[in-house]
Design a protein around this ligand. Structure first.
Ligand code: GTP
Ligand code: MG
Length: 198
């Protein structure tokens, strides 16, 4: 699939105010700064589409983008940023869970994991929550350009082993770098396949 058009639609805090759920939708979630917004921009070949920053906590709202006039991408704020107050963290949790559990056109949630680090409990817990609530998800390892192939292989292996302690099989997973445009074709082909059965 080629992305011909990508446009920002709107930002929300409430799932009920999101765009009409008439098209298949894909959400990107993960720890703050893991590279969600950058990945969306890489997929859409537009560096200015989703706002990115080297400071964690850039994305604060539920942001919708219309792709090829036929499906939706959703950029979500990240979790796990240490400087966030307990109150804000709880607000985030409520906003995201409401969105994830009620969004009827949500086809798949992409959980982004930083390929530079060891398995993180917060990510595993988040995936467990999705699993327990029967929300389909896939995994995207980000920032693959930042480490040597050997270390990349080692970290991804550790993550896969951790996931297999909780699930019988691995969800679909992708290794990406927004910097090097790695994983773009695979991800778009995967979305295309799901769109075909919508
Ligand atoms: P929040 O919205 O704050 O939750 O962050 P996010 O997950 O949307 O991350 P964002 O896309 O804003 O990227 C965070 C930082 O990581 C930025 O400085 C990006 O340039 C950098 N970054 C993202 N993806 C990559 C990548 O594939 N490679 C490298 N080298 N840097 C990346
Ligand atoms: Mg962001």
């Amino acid at each position: 699939m080629k992305i011909k058009t990508a446009e920002f639609l709107m930002s929300n805090t409430r799932w009920k105010e999101c765009p009409k759920p008439t098209m298949p939708e894909y959400a990107f979630i993960g720890r703050s700064n893991v590279g969600k917004s950058s990945l969306i921009n890489m997929l859409c070949d537009n560096k200015k589409l989703a706002k990115t920053s080297s400071t964690p906590g850039k994305t604060q709202l539920i942001n919708h983008f219309l792709i090829n006039e036929s499906w939706l991408l959703c950029d979500l704020p990240g979790y796990g940023y240490a400087k966030v107050s307990k109150r804000d963290r709880e607000d985030w949790r409520k906003m995201i869970r409401q969105y994830l559990f009620n969004r009827e056109n949500l086809m798949n949630v992409f959980v982004l994991l930083d390929s530079r680090v060891k398995p993180q409990q917060i990510d595993v817990e988040f995936m467990m929550d999705l699993g327990e609530n029967e929300i389909p998800f896939s995994i995207i390892f980000t920032k693959a350009d930042k480490l040597k192939p050997k270390d990349l292989t080692k970290n991804i292996k550790a993550y896969k082993e951790e996931i297999l302690m909780h699930w019988e099989e691995l969800p679909p997973n992708f290794i990406t770098s927004s910097e090097k445009k790695k994983g773009k074709e695979e991800l778009l082909a995967y979305i295309d396949e799901i769109n075909a059965v919508y």
